[in-house]
Design a protein around this ligand. Sequence first.
Ligand SMILES: CC(C)(COP(=O)(O)OP(=O)(O)OC[C@H]1O[C@@H](n2cnc3c(N)ncnc32)[C@H](O)[C@@H]1OP(=O)(O)O)[C@@H](O)C(=O)NCCC(=O)NCCS
Length: 212
Amino acid sequence: MKLFWQRLLSVPDTDIQSPPVFFSCLPVLETQDLILRRPRMKDAADIYAYASDEKVARYVLWEPHRSVSETRSCLRGLIRRARAGYPSSWVITLRESGRVIGTIGFIWYSAENSSAEIGYSLSADHWNRGYATQALRAVSAEAFRSLPINRLEAQHDVRNPASGRVMQKSGFRKEGILRSRVFNKGEYVDVALYSLLRSDLPPTHATVKQQD
Ligand SMILES: CC(C)(COP(=O)(O)OP(=O)(O)OC[C@H]1O[C@@H](n2cnc3c(N)ncnc32)[C@H](O)[C@@H]1OP(=O)(O)O)[C@@H](O)C(=O)NCCC(=O)NCCS
């Protein structure tokens, strides 16, 4: 017998995965300019190159990396969490060179509420070329295709409007400002909350199967 969410999502049994299985073997996603894939330890040097940049870390919840070994240890944690079936991330690579220029992934997943949050960051050398938007669209589509979710969230520091623009261009709707929501880098910051619901998707992505 099909599970409730398999009926709801109207996809073959084989397409929808249990979240732990999905998070532990994220599929490769391709966009016009990017290939998103699971992280590997040998990505450490590329990741350190941008994760050590104060500009990149300014509005995210992590501090700039101080050494490649710090990046290696973050990467090891990321890979272990994914293997254990916890919410995981893709590395964003450039299709033309294979170089890792960022990460995008799930911050948390709630089975109770059928929802998840996505976060992302990109090397400053590659900003404003539409790459984060390509990545967020691909990950959102895959999340609604493969996970039993109803709602995706994303949020950004209000002083980082480029991130809000990425959310808007990916179809997310702004829900409001959460005042002093986060204590980050020594201060309370206001955060803009965005969401994308399954019912916001075009019909081909959001088909609800009629009950038999
Ligand atoms: C936020 C971030 C992911 C955007 O990535 P990106 O690849 O440059 O995003 P895109 O090119 O897809 O889109 C950026 C949009 O923001 C706009 N933008 C850039 N700077 C802006 C600013 N200061 N104010 C308003 N809009 C801005 C761009 O013009 C573009 O919109 P457009 O296509 O309508 O012109 C990237 O800047 C980044 O990684 N920052 C550091 C980490 C981070 O802040 N992550 C987000 C945490 S919530």
